[in-house]
Design a protein around this ligand. Sequence first.
Ligand SMILES: [Zn+2]
Length: 506
Amino acid sequence: MSDFTLRLTNTLTRQLEPVEPTQTTADGMPLLRVYGCGPTVYSYAHIGNFRSFLTTDLLLRTARALGWQTRYVSNVTDVGHLTGDDLADADGEDKMAKALEREGERFANIYDLARHYTDALLYDWEVLNLLEPDVRPRATEHVTGQIEAVQQLIDAGHAYETDDGVYFHVPSFRDYGKLSGNRDAESLATGAAGESREVVTDDAKRDPRDFALWKKDPGHLMQWYSPFTEGEAGGRGFPGWHIECSVMARHYLGENIDVHTGGEDLIFPHHECEIAQAESLSDQPFARVWLHTRFLQVEGERMAKSSGNFFTVRDLVEDKGFDPLAVRYALISGQYRKPFNFTEANLKSAAKHIARLRHIEETLIPQAASREGDLDPAFEETLDTAYAGALAGLCDDLNTPRALAAMTEGVKAIYSRDLNAATASSVQVFLDRINDLLGIVRSDDAGSPEADPLAAQVEALLVERAEVRAAKDWTRADAIRDELDALGVEVMDGSEGTTWRKKTGA
Ligand SMILES: [Zn+2]
């Protein structure tokens, strides 16, 4: 397939460039190493987040179709992400702590909240047929590595400690601003919303652009001991948001990676800061290609909870009843780097495409199995051309409209004839290849244990059970017991808390 060259628009160079892996596996296969920023698990990820994860998914599928191996790391942010994240140095509250405050007693503590929304993420991820990353590290599992990196940056003169925290000193890194174009202090005082806001929150900061690597806060809900002990707050605190991705990417993928992906809102400051940290630690380019997905609009407007047009995957699949693959199809129907308007009309049109693919696989192919006949080389060639067009479309800067149009030509050719056992086998090959490339024919993976819908349902009932028991609402408590019984679940109350298991034979 050497006539297919993958080209991507690199935010760093602002150019469309050919992309090839820079390393090989032990057995000599090209190896594409990709890091994609995952979500902060303080609520359900929305469809705009998933559009961005789908861009990475399509990149990996394209790489595999080209015969490359892939190594994909996508993190879960479960600490350190503050509400004022559009500023050069974020201010505000920790998003996780704020969510816990908002959701109150629904969760036992902040780790319980993180686990709930991480499980929900994994479930939605699988529902949308996204490839599972090779590693999905959580920020809270890598705090030691982050503390070490902060110490190294201090030792190398790139960071300094104040009574409130440790800051990266932006003037110590000459290339700051190369990704986003934000270089001067004035433009940095303006958040993404355009309004001017206070950037400096710590008087001891040496430059307004300096950003926190470590925040001292002995009262924070998630805290770790660190060697940064100056001042009254002492060593206890939590890492800044940006340092986690630099550390985890370097840990799992090495010092220079091939492609780093994320939503367009991450270009500044998150990715700009990731570059400053990682390149100051290694003196080498961090990621060669930066790929950013434009956020979507819904029905022509910015998605916002207050406008009633804010959708999660479960809103569309569970509440509105759409086929998950139709949601996937609709979300990839616009190219990642173009503005995209997500509408109910394109969801319905996507559902028709998915229904046709399912009909071919589940009805037309089985029906043809008993019909004898010959292979048809011209028909096979039509399908090969359709597949090649789909792959060429993805190689062309992940041009999904082009890829889906090529796929549709293949589908039309299939519908325009009566299949026999031989031609049906050509169709099956086509569907398998299209599914590998676009993930829209069938869901590939059986459920992972972490994303078990029964577990989610049982956990929710157990939380409610504890609440109604505390409130002595015995009627509701009995009703919950019956519901758990109907689910075939046995509940065990012990000194260590409540556990449950599926009854044998249920
Ligand atoms: Zn990140």
